[in-house]
Design a protein around this ligand. Structure first.
Ligand SMILES: [Zn+2]
Length: 336
């Protein structure tokens, strides 16, 4: 089956010296035509689609701030808005919706929503962490509204997907797993964050320097029982390329080959449990070359075609994470 993608670069959503900038896509954009994937047109998300995740007061407040006060900083991350940010955020959510619809309707085999502003920090009642609306959460609710019974979300951005976790904390139709560097923004995502949802809300807090080897163990030991226990009909992936070892704002250790490995693991799980139905949604990644290489690696996995050119192996030694993996398996009652 074919791979499709949406591309929402939001050139008007820009703030001086901010890492979440249009230039994140400058190395990726010229490569988009080389990925053997078809671009889909994007229309903005409708308010009722946003409202499946976000409080109408947040939507109204963001619209008003963009119209009356932008450019403005709206939280300490810092998260910013410009006069076009409200429309940009609707279009970014629309990019995730378009990909999700194409996959659940069977019009595409799989999909990648390359969008900004990102989404996974935005909570139901507040925008935060460079994120205005939670694109992947809105996509999950769209799938549920169209007859998909269970959706699993795997988030391997470098930061905890607190917004997505908050959206589905009490929604048993959605399972959420996040790998993230511990001790950085936003500070949530320890193993015991959601004691009432063991096995369904899974956090994997990683030490600085965790790279391809640690992530491969995590994927094999934790991703597999997580998906197997939940038996989803659709897999969504919040992918952030800020876990690359040269990202300027984090200190994790993935290489581009590690991103290919993770995408292939996610694909294999979607093949086994979801009839191949998988949608990637872009979150962070603040080095434009890493974003381009990571997206290329993800497309290699999604399309099954092409090969990796980036040779950017992490030269540093990785920390030992074996004991923490066992602790996480025990906490969730996954078979070791
Ligand atoms: Zn991030």
């Amino acid at each position: 089956m074919n791979t499709v993608y949406t591309y929402v670069p939001s050139p008007g959503h820009a703030y001086p010296d901010h890492p979440e900038r249009p230039g994140r896509f400058e190395e990726l954009e010229p490569r988009l035509g080389t990925f053997d994937a078809e671009a889909l047109e994007v229309s903005p998300a409708r308010r009722e689609e946003i409202a499946r995740v976000h409080h109408p007061k947040l939507v109204a407040a963001l619209e008003r701030i963009c119209r009356e006060r932008a450019p403005a900083i709206i939280d300490y991350a810092p998260t910013y808005v410009t006069p076009s940010s409200f429309e940009d955020a609707l279009l970014a959510a629309g990019g995730a919706l378009t990909c999700t619809r194409a996959v659940i309707r069977g019009e595409a085999g799989n999909a990648f929503a390359i969008v900004r502003p990102p989404g996974h920090h935005a909570e139901p009642d507040r925008a935060m962490g460079f994120c205005l609306f939670d694109n992947v959460a809105i996509a999950a609710r769209e799938a549920l509204a169209n007859g998909v019974e269970r959706v699993a979300i795997i988030d391997y951005d470098a930061h905890h997907g607190n917004g997505t976790q908050a959206a589905f904390l009490n929604d048993e139709r959605v399972a959420f797993l996040s790998t993230h560097q511990w001790g950085i923004y936003p500070g949530t995502g320890w193993i015991d964050d959601a004691p009432h949802a063991r096995g369904r809300v899974v956090n994997v807090p990683l030490p600085a320097g965790a790279g391809d080897q640690v992530y491969e163990r995590v994927a094999e030991r934790i991703f597999i029982p997580f998906v197997k226990a939940f038996q989803p009909n659709l897999l969504l992936v919040s992918v952030g390329f800020d876990a690359h070892w040269t990202d300027p704002i984090t200190t994790l250790g993935l290489s581009t080959a590690g991103y290919l490995m993770l995408a292939r693991k996610a694909m294999a799980l979607a093949e086994e449990y979801c009839a191949g139905k998988i949608v990637f949604v872009l979150e962070g990644g603040y080095d434009s070359l890493n974003v381009a290489n990571g997206a290329e690696a993800s497309f290699v996995a999604l399309t099954g075609r092409g090969e990796l050119k980036a040779g950017d192996a992490n030269p540093h030694t990785e920390p030992d994470y074996a004991a923490r993996i066992e602790e996480i398996l025990r906490w969730h009652g996954f078979q070791p």
